[in-house]
Ligand binder design. Structure first.
Ligand code: SF4
Length: 453
């Protein structure tokens, strides 16, 4: 049955879960589907196509997908022209099973199948239900790296690698995103040059493990060299990257923090635990003292560096002493922000077979203690910024629309009163108040010196 004609304007409602890689993939989805006549809408009630770009890194994120699908069931029952699809990591993990579990679902596309989406949507318009989750070969993957869309933004994400070979024992990423692959540096540099010509001032280099960029590709640049080449591009004011593996922070990358003003003074460096025993069972490939030595070297290179991190609480076998070691890591590192979660068992991973599980109460209690302490540290660091002058790249209007908003070098959001003419510019701002998630500022007087970090 033909459900729509190609000429009809059609609405796409896209819900994105999880990490920046998914956000970047969603941009690609929007641009691919625009070519076949779908335009984004804000209300799922008016959409002809509803897509969920999913995350399966924790069980909670996965179950959310089923909750969302449940919300759209009634509408689908009333209007069978509505197309519902699931992509991303849950789609990759479940494949055909998802079509069986959710009988009103029309299409499933895995992490390597984005390019097939227009074809799958066309098939769904004809009433066909399909699931595509095959991993594709390296050469094809290299030719399909998502290029950023031209949205007029001053700050853009640029995917430089995909997949991961690390197999941390708790992590599903290598199973749902595939093996590590580095995009060609020449292509990355060309893309960033084109972006700067359109007014982009800041790029965030994206990948599951960006600092292993190029290590497994003969004749390719390594990560630090790539950063140096990008810093030399005319018009690039700021470079960020995420996510990094502590084991792959090279001396050359640390030197970039000392030598390249365009490389922002912020790093997200997931420790996951402060206990050597737990780190070994997680298969992280570093010890607590090696992690701390890396932090010290980074701070020596860039004294004002702000750090964020990830911690998993309640990993199988984590003792009270192990947890105390994690708490003390917070004191030593002093992250400005921390993404912390209780351990979540994921299918296929090595840790799913570990027996010494902790109770939900123990895990939850430890998470609350950790988060309470982190909130205090965050507040102390942000309070200390009050009175400093921060260089802010102005990205646009604040959510309320009555102020400008941008980020410090250390990646803290700052809102301040100012003329929209500053959008896209670097502006020095005096911080006058610190909120838990943002800073309030005012444009600095000319006679003040920038003390920002
Ligand atoms: S480095 Fe470890 S945690 Fe990060 S994506 Fe790879 S396997 Fe997962």
């Amino acid at each position: 049955m033909i459900k729509t004609t190609p000429q009809e304007p059609k609405g796409l409602y896209l819900e994105t879960f999880g990490c920046q890689m998914n956000v970047s993939d969603s941009e690609k989805i929007v641009s691919l589907l625009r070519e076949v006549g779908y335009h984004t809408v804000d209300d799922p009630g008016t959409a002809d196509l509803i897509l969920l770009n999913t995350c399966s890194v924790r069980a909670k994120a996965e179950s959310k997908v089923y909750d969302y699908l449940g919300r759209y069931k009634v509408r689908k029952m009333r209007d069978d022209r509505l197309i519902i699809g699931v992509g991303g990591c849950v789609a990759q993990q479940e494949g055909e099973r998802l079509l069986k579990k959710v009988p009103y679902l029309d299409l499933v596309f895995g992490t390597h199948s984005l390019h097939l989406l227009p074809e799958l949507v066309r098939a769904a318009e004809r009433g066909e239900r399909r699931a595509v989750t095959d991993f594709i070969d390296t050469e094809t993957r290299l030719n399909l790296f998502p290029e950023a869309d031209d949205t007029g933004a001053v700050s853009r994400f640029v995917t430089i690698m995909q997949g991961c070979d690390n197999f941390c024992s708790y992590c599903i990423v290598p199973y749902v995103r595939g093996r590590e692959i580095s995009r060609r540096s020449a292509e990355i540099i060309t893309e960033i040059r084109e972006m700067t010509a359109r007014g982009v001032k800041e790029v965030t280099l994206l990948g599951q493990n960006v600092n292993s960029y190029g290590l497994k590709t003969p004749d390719e640049l390594h990560f630090a060299d790539l950063i140096r080449r990008i810093a030399a591009i005319d018009g690039i004011e700021r470079i960020r990257f995420t996510t990094s593996h502590p084991r792959d922070i090279s001396p050359e990358l640390i030197a970039c923090f000392a030598e390249l003003p365009a490389l922002c003074g912020h790093i997200h460096l997931p420790a996951q635990s402060g206990s050597d025993e737990v780190l070994a069972r997680m298969n992280r490939g570093y010890t607590r003292s090696e992690y701390l030595a890396t932090v010290a070297a980074l701070r020596e290179a860039r004294p004002a560096l702000l750090m964020t991190g990830d911690i998993i609480v309640g990993f199988p076998g984590e003792t009270e002493d192990d947890f105390e070691a994690t708490l003390s890591l917070l004191e030593e590192v002093r992250y400005v922000d921390l993404f912390s979660f209780v351990y979540s068992e994921r299918p296929e991973t090595a840790a799913a077979g570990f027996s010494d599980r902790l109770t939900r109460t123990v895990k939850q209690g430890r998470l609350e203690r950790l988060q309470r302490r982190q909130r205090e540290i965050t507040r102390d660091i942000c309070d200390a910024m009050v009175g400093t002058v921060q260089r802010v790249l102005v990205e646009g209007l604040s959510r309320r629309g009555d102020q400008l908003t941008g980020r410090t070098e250390g990646n803290r959001v700052v809102n301040f009163a100012g003329d929209p003419v500053h959008i896209g510019q670097l502006v020095d701002v005096t911080i006058i108040h610190a909120y838990p998630n943002s800073l309030l500022g005012e444009i600095h007087r000319e006679d003040e010196t920038c003390t920002g970090r």
